[in-house]
Design a protein around this ligand. Structure first.
Ligand code: MF3
Ligand code: CO
Ligand code: CO
Length: 267
């Protein structure tokens, strides 16, 4: 069990990679309209990362143990898809909700962030979809707001779980946030449920993601035959938001903010 502590110079590199990942989401938002396919969104993001930003899209050919290499440059998870949705040639429909998850590599450092979009804009979404998206975003920020030196990882998970469940939603257990740096996924695992005070204590220089996946129905998930796409077992809607954060001497810094990122709803 080893959580790497990033030096101020390393954090500066991750700030750059993180902001670039956020800027891919800023760039792609206006394209999320009825009729576009997630494959087209993938190609647009790929070209933006490679040709405009000079980044490497981390998902492309990513192959953790037991997985086939991931075939695309972004993850696009629609409606009841929870995470790791593989972009395909199905056009998005008005009111579909979609998570776009972007991970950039810049000068060897990773930045990982995702947002929810409603195809055709918020007014096209159902009341349930919009509420799930809002509560999940609040879950992300309650997790972020729990980060400070001396807090525990369990404080993050407990804050997220409490907000999701008091609103009648459920927390996906099989996937979690993660340490990040020169590697895409490193220690620690950042659970989105748990008990206050449990788990390791946070120290300045730790960098990890918080990326709650919240289901409108039950928490159970299954994997599609493509070996990547995760869906809710009960086919209920699922939402996810993600930021990469750094523990600072006084609290937390979000490394994946960009001009278009929705602000902390509690500030
Ligand atoms: N970006 C995802 C995360 O937040 C991981 C995607 S792995 C991939 O951890 F291979 F599917 F891209
Ligand atoms: Co992540
Ligand atoms: Co991600």
């Amino acid at each position: 069990m080893s959580v790497t502590i990033k030096t101020p110079e390393e954090v500066e590199n991750m700030r750059i990679a993180g902001r670039l990942a956020g800027e891919v989401l800023d760039y792609i938002e206006p394209f999320v309209k009825p009729g576009i396919t997630t494959e087209e969104l993938d190609r647009l993001c790929h070209d933006y990362m490679v040709k405009v930003q000079g980044c490497i899209p981390a998902p492309l050919n990513y192959a953790p143990p037991g997985y086939a290499p991931y075939p695309k440059s972004i993850c696009a998870s629609v409606n009841h898809q929870v995470c790791h949705g593989v972009p395909n040639d199905r056009p998005l429909k008005k009111g579909d909700i979609v998570n776009l998850d972007i991970t950039t590599i810049k000068d060897g450092w990773h930045g990982d962030t995702s947002r929810m979009f409603v195809t055709g804009g918020t007014t096209a979404g159902s009341i349930l979809a919009n509420r799930l998206i809002r509560i999940t975003h609040e879950c992300l920020w309650l997790g972020i707001n729990a980060v400070r030196p001396g807090a525990s990882l369990g404080d993050i998970g407990a804050a997220i779980q409490r907000h999701a469940e008091t609103n009648g939603f459920s927390v996906v257990r099989e996937f979690c946030g993660h340490g990040i740096g020169r590697k895409f996924h490193e220690e620690p695992q950042v659970l989105h449920y748990g008990r206050r005070g449990d788990g390791i204590r946070l120290e300045p220089g730790m960098v990890f993601t918080i990326e709650p996946m919240i289901n409108a129905g039950k928490a159970a998930v299954s994997e599609l035959p493509d070996g990547w796409t995760i869906v809710t077992k009960d086919r209920s809607l699922s939402a996810q938001w993600e930021h990469t954060v750094c523990v600072t001497a006084s609290g937390v810094e979000v490394l994946t903010l960009s001009a278009g990122a929705p602000p902390n709803p509690f500030k």
